[in-house]
Design a protein around this ligand. Structure first.
Ligand SMILES: C[S@@+](CC[C@H](N)C(=O)[O-])C[C@H]1O[C@@H](n2cnc3c(N)ncnc32)[C@H](O)[C@@H]1O
Length: 245
């Protein structure tokens, strides 16, 4: 039975002490949505060992995909800093490729593991990634990893504090992946939400562990212009937020 993390509810339910009605309805809806994931978590256990839908890497559809997946696997095996788990990387690729994302922004490049999954999608959609990292050493490793995968030309790596650097963005975005400083999520959302196109996605990592910022959780679950689900909550947890059309 995988460990289940309940604490994302706590900051949320604390904030719900006496919410106004619409807020309360949304909050209860979000809690019910999260609760609905619990049977899925144990079903996930039953699926282990059946095909590759739960564990491992996707089955490569071409020699090029196989080559890129080999780099992705190697980066994960040798990673020294916190990267998303492989199932979250696969999810990023699936989301990006399925919405035909051409303009993706990532906050928190680290050594490029999640970026590689996004680039795997972008090579199909013909799009570009702009990814932000404050640590020069990690950024240099990410640049090498992107080049090794043959995907370097699809990525712009920006060095610096993403809170300041993203203010320079002007063009519409299809997908934003937030995985930098955890207390910074509300600010990233505030600055980037206006740029996300209707039908675009905001994907946030660490919605289960470490504890997410309650202001971020509230912002993505109480805005009628957004719809959010939480997945993979038996590990780090991912919030997927649609900016409705
Ligand atoms: C959890 S790691 C990102 C992992 C990466 N997304 C992956 O899966 O491969 C978070 C990264 O955010 C970077 N970071 C933290 N605060 C930042 C900021 N204000 N601006 C840019 N990068 C930041 C850290 O240096 C760290 O490398």
């Amino acid at each position: 039975m995988p460990a289940l993390h309940w604490w994302p509810f706590f900051p949320f339910s604390n904030a719900m002490a006496k919410p106004p009605d619409p807020y309360r309805r949304r909050a209860l809806g979000a809690a019910a949505g999260l609760a609905a994931l619990l049977p899925a978590a144990s079903a996930q256990g039953q699926l282990r060992g059946h095909g590759n839908a739960v564990e491992g890497l996707p089955i490569p559809g071409s020699a090029e995909e196989r080559r890129i997946l080999n780099v992705i696997e190697e980066v994960y095996r040798n990673h020294r800093y916190l990267s998303v788990p492989p199932e979250d990387g696969r999810l990023l690729r699936i989301l990006a490729e399925s919405i035909g994302a051409e303009r993706i922004v990532e906050l928190g490049t680290s050594t490029g593991y999640s970026g590689l999954w996004l680039l795997l999608a972008l090579r199909k959609t013909g799009g570009k990634l702009v990814t932000y990292e404050i640590d020069e050493g990690r950024q240099a490793i990410a640049r090498e990893n992107f080049a090794r995968a043959g995907l370097g030309t699809l990525a712009t790596l920006v060095l610096g504090d993403a809170h300041e650097e993203i203010a320079k963005l002007k063009d519409p975005l299809d997908l934003v992946f937030i995985d930098a400083d955890k207390q910074g999520y509300p600010d990233y959302l505030k600055k980037l939400l206006p740029l996300i196109r209707p039908g675009g996605l905001i994907v946030a990592h660490n919605m289960a562990s470490p504890p997410p910022d309650p202001d971020y959780v509230r912002a993505i679950t109480t805005d009628p212009a957004l719809d959010t689900v939480f997945v993979n909550m038996d590990s780090a947890g991912v919030g997927i937020t649609l900016k409705k059309r």
